[in-house]
Design a protein around this ligand. Structure first.
Ligand code: GDP
Ligand code: MG
Length: 451
């Protein structure tokens, strides 16, 4: 199915045909159409206009050209007819698929996939040194196995966001018997090794900083959520900090931390993070592990959900999935339903609020519900005592003392080298105890019930 989109702005130089393929049965509620819509928004963020979309459902990808032969002809025709200069695939293409596809198109037509596009946007928005290093490394690792003629295209394109990536091809002096391609590969490998070293230095610096922050004893609350949900806007609203806010995907790349003072004068450190997205390629998650680790180190997560989106629930699922991947799914979550100003029927929020045990509805942009959020968050973190049953190793004396000092102990029993502890603790300390939450041993089904 081909869908032509009438251009809104004709000043875009980059004109793309987007290609979405559904392999096998649909795996989630996030449909091919949702995915393509998101791809268009991503493209727009990168300054590319999508002028047509093409979709196909396949049992498995064509081993050569990813899409089927007939679909390929259709793609060629539409690219010619509309004068597109980019073909944008919604899924990550293997090096082989990319090579095969390139054989079918002119040199001046670039074939890009979702991963390359996301990397490009990351590159444009990397604000700190660590962010810039992470993206550059991810870009090289992505490009190395795909180094064919695409390299010259990407090198040209890299002038703005791609940063230094573009210059590598020109730097290397060709050794005896080496092709330009080999020189390029060698240079990239050398650059990758250098970037890894640099990143290691930055990371150890960050670890020291984190340790210092922990010592301060102020609870760390990490803002998480789907990209564009309004995390940076909320950080601004809560801290009046001047963090970059834009109607773009991934406007925030690096964690930014602000001190926020709550109504009863309790303090928190609020950290803004990179947004999550459906189909975030695994090697991107790996590249941003350091940034994402920041999330796993938080005491509480503040999940911002854009409820004006029809796909809000799927976006929440994508967020929880990523939390699992970075091993942060044990942290307590406080949910913020954002953008209520865009809802036609405010009663919609009531249903959704009920699904999330700790939640408030707000508009970060209009400043609605911010006071309510601050009060409820403060209550959650500092005043309310949350029930907990623990099996604490005796050696964890620090945690036992913390519990006795900050919480309410209802019951203590010693057995062997463990303390069985029942009581309540304020939300800001919950995460420290999750490794020791008492699990009820699985009850054996009584024999007579089996008969
Ligand atoms: P982030 O990617 O989660 O950090 O999202 P941003 O804070 O950058 O916001 C993305 C877009 O949503 C921006 O255009 C914001 O102005 C807009 N936005 C954020 N909160 C609200 C809100 O409560 N209502 C409306 N209407 N727009 C909002
Ligand atoms: Mg942001």
């Amino acid at each position: 199915m081909v869908k032509k989109i009438i251009p809104v702005v004709d000043s875009y130089q980059e004109r793309a045909v987007a290609v979405g393929v559904e392999i096998g049965k649909p795996k989630s509620d996030f449909t091919l159409e949702d995915s393509l819509n998101e791809l268009c928004l991503l493209a727009q963020t990168a300054g590319i206009e999508v002028i047509a979309t093409l979709t196909q459902r396949l049992e498995k990808p064509n081993p050569q050209t990813y899409i089927g032969a007939g679909k390929l002809e259709e793609l060629k025709a539409i690219v010619n007819e509309l004068g597109a200069n980019i073909i944008l695939f919604d899924d990550e293409l293997s090096p082989r698929h990319l090579r095969e596809l390139e054989k079918h198109f002119d040199e001046n037509i670039r074939i890009i996939d979702r991963t390359a596009l996301i990397l490009d946007i990351f590159a444009q928005h990397a604000a700190t040194r660590e962010g810039a290093l992470q993206v550059e490394l991810a870009q090289y690792e992505y490009r190395l196995p795909r180094l064919t003629r695409a390299w010259t295209h990407l090198a040209r394109q890299a002038g703005g966001g791609g940063g230094r990536a573009g210059s590598v091809g020109g730097v290397g002096l060709r050794g005896p018997g080496e092709t330009q391609l080999e020189v390029d590969r060698r240079d990239i490998r050398r650059r990758i090794a250098h970037l890894k070293e640099e990143l290691e230095k930055v990371k150890s610096h960050r670890r020291q900083y984190r340790r210092r922050r922990k010592k301060s004893g102020i609870p760390v609350v990490a803002l998480i959520g789907y990209t564009n949900a309004g995390k940076s806007t909320l950080l601004n609203a809560l801290s009046s900090a001047n963090v970059y806010v834009a109607d773009q995907l991934f406007a925030t790349l690096d964690p930014t931390t602000r001190r926020v003072i709550l109504p009863d004068r309790n303090e928190i450190l609020l950290t803004d993070t990179v947004g999550f997205i459906q189909k975030l390629p695994t090697h991107l998650i790996a590249a941003f592990r350091a940034t994402l680790e920041e999330i796993a180190e938080a005491d509480v997560l503040l999940h911002v959900l854009d409820i004006s989106q029809p796909t809000a629930q799927q976006q929440a699922q994508a967020v929880f999935q990523t939390l699992k991947e970075i091993e942060a799914d044990h942290l307590p979550v406080f949910t913020v339903l954002n953008k209520i100003d865009l809802l036609k029927d405010p009663r919609q929020t009531i249903n959704i609020l009920e699904q999330y045990p700790n939640s408030v509805a707000i508009s970060a942009l209009k400043g609605l519900g911010i006071d309510d959020l601050m009060r409820k968050l403060e209550e959650f973190l500092f005043t309310r005592q949350h029930p907990l049953t623990l099996e604490l190793p005796l050696r964890e004396t620090y945690l036992f003392q913390l519990f006795s000092r900050e919480g309410i102990v209802d019951k203590v029993e010693y057995s062997g080298n463990k303390i069985f502890l029942q009581g309540k603790i304020p939300g800001r300390h919950l995460a420290k105890f999750t490794p020791y939450v008492y699990k009820i041993p699985e009850e054996k089904t009584p024999l007579r019930e089996l008969i």
